[in-house]
Ligand binder design. Structure first.
Ligand code: MRU
Length: 367
């Protein structure tokens, strides 16, 4: 069974509620841009490519139910709604990149209101289709790169956050590379960081790894260094990206920066997997990337089903419990930046970027 996090059919959009996974698989209907804004902000849907696609498609559904009197009215309407959607989460560039391209398209499309709506719908639907094929190509490029650099013996991989089918339109980026390497018979084992505070690793990546029967083990974020020290068969750390700056500095889930440091110390390849829509050529370095701060509740509470008296998971009762001392202050940046200097390769659907002799990634060749 294929994991379908975004279910789009003409005039209807449903998303798999990622606040309720892995214990419940419930689809939520997205009827308009307000629903999408709230779903993205609350992380009912998350992952850089997925939020861009859900935002774009929410407007497709909304447009089908909206009357326009003129082409100028529809152009203004779409541009304003896209601007509103972009404000839902600031760090991932895919959302603002998609909004910028769609806004440009509607401004440049000539014709009546129906023609402009039609052009918008076709472009938004294409984003959904393209994301899956881009991810499959990232997987292929990652597999070829790994074979060239690491040889043909089986090896293990460490990853953080969720970068799979749940974070994209399908297949995934970093998790897509793990899927490709596993499919080729080269994967010994995958290790997933639980990814505090929101637990994308233990809830979502673990769910996908179990779903695909990929041999895998969960660790806490603080175990990564000692895991590399004690498991020399781990040859590669592969992570996704929310925004890659022009120089290759990469913003990704909090905890990624420390992985880039320990990879260097242990001589493990540190690889970023990202579609070119995650590369922001307007932002020169990681210093220019806005890091989203999230609410303290993510750190001081956990949510899940209770255990019955025999210690079994009782799915009928899901609770949020408080786990920190009441009154403690909280710092909760959602992302950090791995510096280009510590990144061995940026794997995209268009090819693999490695640093040249001057130590630069030269990402402009993808555009
Ligand atoms: O806060 P999230 O869950 O949206 O963060 C997601 C990540 O950091 C992913 O690694 C990134 O978006 C790439 S997903 C293909």
């Amino acid at each position: 069974m294929v994991l379908e996090a975004i279910k789009y059919r003409p005039h209807s959009l449903e998303i798999l509620d990622q606040l309720r996974l892995p214990h419940e698989s419930v689809y939520v209907s997205i009827k308009n841009s307000t629903d999408a804004f709230n779903a993205i902000k609350s992380m009912t849907v998350r992952g850089a490519p997925a939020i861009a696609i859900v935002a774009a498609l929410s407007l497709v559904v909304e447009l089908a139910n909206t009357e326009f009197k003129s082409s100028d009215e529809v152009r203004r309407y779409i541009s304003e709604k896209l601007e509103y959607l972009v404000a839902s989460r600031p760090t991932a560039v895919n959302l603002s990149d998609a909004a910028r391209k769609l806004a440009k398209l509607v401004i440049e499309t000539e014709g009546d209101a129906a023609t402009i709506v039609g052009a918008y719908i076709a472009a938004a639907e294409k984003m959904l289709v393209d994301d899956v094929s881009d991810n499959v190509n990232i997987g292929k490029n990652g597999l070829e790169w790994a074979k060239a650099k690491l040889g043909l013996d089986k090896f293990s991989i460490l990853t953080i956050c969720n970068t799979g089918s749940l974070a994209t339109a399908g297949y995934g980026t970093a998790l897509g590379i793990i899927r490709s390497i596993h499919g080729d018979g080269l994967l010994s084992h995958a290790y997933a960081l639980e990814t505090r505070p929101y637990n994308q690793g233990s809830r979502l990546t673990a769910y996908e790894l179990v779903h695909d029967s990929i041999p895998a083990t969960l660790i806490t974020d603080s175990m990564a260094s000692v895991l590399l020290k004690s498991h020399p068969e781990i040859k590669m750390i592969v992570v996704g990206a929310d925004r890659v700056a022009r120089n290759g500095d990469t913003a990704n889930k909090i905890g990624t920066y420390q992985l880039s440091i320990i990879a260097k110390y242990h001589g493990v390849k540190f690889v970023v997997a990202a579609p070119t829509t995650s590369i922001d050529m307007q932002t020169l370095t990681g210093n220019g990337i806005a890091i989203e701060q999230r609410k303290p509740e993510e750190l001081v509470t956990v949510r899940g089903p209770v255990l019955d008296k025999d210690g079994n998971v009782d799915k009928s009762e899901v609770k949020t419990v408080h786990i920190a001392a009441p009154g403690i202050g909280v710092w909760n940046p959602s992302f950090d930046v791995a510096p280009a200097a510590l990144i061995d390769a940026i794997i995209t659907e268009k090819g693999v970027a490695e640093k040249d002799q001057s130590g630069e990634f030269q990402l402009e060749r993808f555009f």
